[in-house]
Ligand binder design. Structure first.
Ligand code: AHR
Length: 524
């Protein structure tokens, strides 16, 4: 069932008064419409490139097979990292990557992952399928991989089963430039130059897998660990406290009030489940239209969660010194049949591209506080950019959405006001059919992103341009035949962006935005 925003209702009723006297019959319902006013003279916050951050955990085939195949693999690789994945990630301009977890981080002991690979211990990955963890991918491999991709590093240290001493020694090992035994050990393991840790978080989901703690208890531990988290290479990472989830703002509140040690940001996790039921989350491909709607409703909750947490930060940190990092987000579906349930492998459809882009638009809007987000996860796990099957690799619709939004990295927000909006209603809840965002990119050009959240209907979108003389909009459109179209290893290019061009007449961009689509255009 469709609804229209107030202004549309007013317009429709005016039409019917005039038409009543002429007794001409018009269709009762107009086509879905949304209209915006873009004022390029009204600039806002910088959209931090790290909003397009990634997350990779020792989970399923995320790292092993997905990134690391080892130097002796028949899969083409550079020093053990698969070439196809490296190339795809470089094209994505991945600004930052978080490692080694997730829940895994709170059971990770760094000494297991250094030194001669043949001598590294085999542990049990107790969080994710109880499989063997070979530790072939460790500290050196992570930093080398980030360097190859050209990404900054975000390290998650162990609070749950580690100690402040273990963390402090790991940091010394990675960053020391002098002749301390730990620095010499790093050199003996093949790395003279210290590693650069750009971002550092202490513990993960302390409210759950990270130790079932209260925010008060964790905040004391955070202050203790952060006090001893020293680096020795002349650069100090951005310090992140591990925060809450969903509609619970108590973590942001307690952490920001109890801040005694360095704390530059508080993190937050929220996953989109179609059903809201962790035991039967919903399928990645074979989902009914009702789950399209519930997924859209659930993913858009991100905005309210961010608003609520920002309100708490505005109260406790009015100077805006503490950032808000959504360092895990994305869609979480039932694991694909015939896959280890602990591996969280799921397919990815055009629905996922719509989810990703709608979230980008939300993150842009709150860019003043939201300085980083990390989708879960980069390869083969949850809402992945890339899926691999032995030597085969495919790019998911989510990958394409990330790539289309690259111009928004470090761009400046532009004011985009909604004048009219069509809504979908499902089980008493409504959601807008179009999500939009506009920014001035680093190259000085204006970009507009429009997302059609409808499962089936095209929407007529009008953007009124103020302060910009442009004659055309040019960019890329990502859509698909069906709401559940996806890329498979047999047909890896079924869903991919196509070139898009539209004329701008009298300062107005008028587009028919196809159902379930993502459009990013530059105004020329
Ligand atoms: O991303 C998968 C898991 O989800 C992470 O390990 C954990 O932090 C979250 O619960």
């Amino acid at each position: 069932m469709k609804q229209f925003f107030n202004k549309t209702l007013k317009k429709l009723s005016l039409h019917s008064v005039c038409l009543a006297s002429l007794t001409i019959a018009l269709p009762a319902v107009a086509a879905d419409q949304a209209s915006f006013v873009l004022d390029v003279s009204q600039t806002g916050a910088k959209i931090n490139k790290n909003i397009y951050g990634q997350f990779t955990e020792h989970l399923g085939r995320g790292i092993y097979e997905g990134i690391w195949v080892g130097e002796d693999s028949s899969i083409p690789n550079t020093k053990g990292y698969r070439n196809d994945v490296l190339q795809a990630l470089k094209a994505l301009h991945v600004p930052v990557m978080r490692w080694p977890g997730g829940c895994f981080a709170d059971e990770y002991h760094w000494r297991d992952g250094i030194g001669d690979r043949d001598s590294r211990p085999i542990r049990v990955n107790s969080n994710w399928g109880g499989v063997e963890e070979s530790n072939q991918f460790g500290t050196h491999e992570f930093f080398e991989f980030a360097e190859l991709v050209g990404s900054e590093t975000y390290l998650n240290v162990n609070l749950g089963t580690g100690t402040a001493k273990e963390m402090a020694q790991w940091l010394e090992y990675m960053t020391s430039t002098n002749n301390s035994s730990l620095a010499q050990e790093r050199r003996a393991n093949g790395r003279d130059k210290p590693f650069k840790i750009d971002y550092l978080t202490i513990g993960n989901e302390a409210w759950g897998c990270g130790g079932n703690m209260t925010p008060e208890f964790y905040s004391h531990l955070y202050n203790q660990y952060a006090t001893f988290a020293k680096t020795y290479n002349g650069t100090v990472p951005v310090f992140v406290a591990s925060g809450g989830t969903g509609d619970d703002t108590s973590w942001t509140d307690v952490l920001s009030q109890n801040k005694k040690a360095k704390m530059d940001a508080i993190s937050f996790h929220y996953y989109t489940l179609p059903t809201n039921d962790w035991n039967a989350k919903g399928k990645s491909i074979t989902f009914p239209e009702s789950e399209w709607h519930s997924t859209m409703i659930n993913t858009l909750k991100m905005e309210k969660f961010i608003q609520d947490n920002i309100a708490v930060l505005d109260k406790n940190d009015p100077e805006g010194e503490i950032g808000f990092y959504v360092d895990e987000w994305g869609a979480w579906y039932d694991v694909e049949a015939d896959h280890n349930p602990g591996f969280l492998y799921q397919q990815n459809t055009i629905r996922d591209a719509v989810i990703a882009a709608s979230n980008f638009n939300i993150f842009h809007q709150y860019a003043e506080r939201v300085h980083m987000t990390n989708i879960a996860q980069m390869v083969n796990v949850l809402q992945a950019m890339i899926l691999t099957d032995k030597e085969k690799m495919l790019l998911t619709p989510t990958y394409h959405a990330f790539k289309m939004y690259v111009p928004f990295q470090d761009a400046t927000q532009l004011e985009l006001k909604t004048e009219q909006m069509a809504y979908e209603t499902f089980e008493g809840e409504t959601y807008p059919l179009v999500s939009a965002s506009a920014a001035k990119a680093k190259d000085g050009k204006t970009y507009v992103a429009l997302v059609n959240l409808s499962a089936k209907d095209d929407v007529e979108v009008n953007v009124d341009l103020k302060g910009q003389n442009a004659s055309r909009a040019q960019g890329q459109l990502l859509t698909a035949k069906q709401m559940n179209s996806f890329n498979s290893f047999d047909e890896p290019e079924r869903v991919k962006p196509v070139a898009f061009k539209s004329k701008i007449r009298s300062g107005k961009l008028a587009i028919k935005l196809p159902a379930h689509s993502v459009l990013v255009v530059q105004l020329k």
